[in-house]
Design a binder for this molecule. Sequence first.
Ligand code: HEC
Length: 200
Amino acid sequence: MKKHSLRLLFALALLSLANCDYKTPVWEYFPNMYDSPAREAQEADIFSPNGQASRIPPHGAIPIGYYPYPYANVPSQDSLPGGDKGLKNPITKASLGDLMIGEKRYQTYCTPCHGVRGAGNGTVVGPAPRFSQSPPALVGSLVNSKSYTDGQIYHIITMGRGGMGSYAYQIEPEDRWRVIAYIRKLQAFEANNQKSSQAN
Ligand code: HEC
């Protein structure tokens, strides 16, 4: 008996050592989960309710990296609900990094119409009929965007408005808030400029 168990131990030790050289185990116990039958997207699948291998995602499924916008069916930034009028800006204090990304996105997507400093004088603005509806300025004491909440500007960037299309596909949600932080800087810069020119 003793001899037997020693042999068994030796055999087991050999078996486990034999596995050491292989990256994948030579012996798989219950490999069912490793080798489940995978279907190609266009293949037939008898287990699927409609016979197709590609299934319809369950109701309410959200793709990775996609943030649903809760106010997508609100027609205008003026009818957004709540004190914040729409979403609350998650960036309470913009860092230099936030502003640099905001600037980059703004200069790429917004300057052609709203201008490098937000004065509404981008390169598409010029003698008619270059652009039938002039883009409004985003800076200055009388502009709407100054009194808009961040949530309202977020709504305009996400949904578009009039002659301005949506930038939801070009600018990630976090970067939209950074663009808004950058616009606030442009507004402060312009306000400072006006103050110092009045003082002179
Ligand atoms: C193709 C030109 C164009 C581009 C590019 C563009 N806009 Fe606009 N934007 C407009 C026009 C035109 C309006 C006025 C729309 C209306 O009132 O019907 C507008 C309106 C706005 C308003 C509201 C201003 C107000 O006084 O009510 C904001 C805020 C704004 N845009 C921000 C942005 C930001 C941020 C970007 C970049 C992500 C951007 N826009 C890119 C053309 C553009």
